[in-house]
Design a protein around this ligand. Sequence first.
Ligand code: PLP
Length: 426
Amino acid sequence: TSTAVPLTARSPEELTAFLAEQQAAHQALVAAGLTLDLTRGKPAAAQLDLAERLLSLPDGFRSRDGVDVRNYGGLEGIAELREMFAELLWVEPGQVVAGGSSSLVMMREVLVDLWLKGGVTSERPWSQEERVRFLCPVPGYDRHFTLLEWLGIEMVPVPSDEFGPDAEACAALVAEDPSIKGMWVVPTYANPTGSIVGDDVARRLASMPAAAPDFTILWDNAYAFHHLTEEEAASADILTLAAEAGNPHRPVMFASTSKITLAGAGVAFLAGSEEVVRWYLGHLGKGSIGPDKLNQLRHAQFFGSPAGVREHMARHREIIAPKFAEVLRVLDERLAGLGVASWTEPAGGYFISLDVLPGTAARVIELAKQAGVALTPAGSAFPYGQDPEDRNIRLAPTFPEPAEVTRATEVVATCALLAAAETLAS
Ligand code: PLP
């Protein structure tokens, strides 16, 4: 590919010939009648099998301090599992809640509580503010955005790069505008870019002066332990940084074992200052007499220790790292040097973010659909589903079988080339 001539440097005749080649290649793919799917950021069956022993746990029904986990109670979750994840997330056990199976539900609860009741540092419920806005680093996680849209919280996109959100842009907006009440951050191996928030960015976000006294960072560490290489990136210690800066209640952290054990039957965690934890539990207690502690005990016994979690993640890596490598190999082989696409090479997480020629993402996705490959809808990674440049496509390689990953990525590459050629040749 080093000898590839960028499409933009080709003559009209060469482009017309290139277009014809890609059209033929696409027709052949359509005729092949494939059914492949690169949309689903979920574990493959082989990954779920790694957690099979969970199905025969727990051993007994008493937690470490003798509590019968079959019964009601213990809203904050069982101590041994909170301790284990406190160590992994670099917080104190008293700052962690172990809850149900979904951290996304916890995020919704926190936002609804803020909306109806206001937070620890709020002057009033957010619903009583004239206007509530959130900074949304883009590209980002579509469900974060639909959650805000559902609540009627306006979204303000902010750019992000390999070190996370543009902290200076965030600081400038937050300092001026009291309607900006919060922001999303996926600090480690972001969805979809794989970016890692460095200490400098984390410190700036934790300490930046905010016009809103209750400016809140929703720190979604969904992929904290999901390393694709042996080098394990450590997440910035946002709670300590915020406490040191005098903003101890600013961050609320989330994590879960959805992509560690079982996506539909894991354990989710929330962490924050002790006041934030009390605030959260106070509202939670209006609707719950306690979480599924049996599942929590099962998880505590399954992992045994924080090191047990890390060892378990290494087994996931063995299954999924080759799939990521395969996507990158095909993209490189087919697209490098042609000047029509760039993509991330994540060291962890569940996604590869592909940027195609501006103005062609929706077309690439349509062409892929014709060839039997489902891709996430264009604009998904942006607030209101609007990618201003129509260029971003999220690829999720974990779920399909390895051979399907190869085939599907080849289709994506052909469609990216065809869409680019259509644009440039016209
Ligand atoms: N947060 C991010 C960034 C995700 O990508 C996902 C799942 O794709 C979730 C949260 C969902 O987490 P949970 O399964 O704990 O609800």
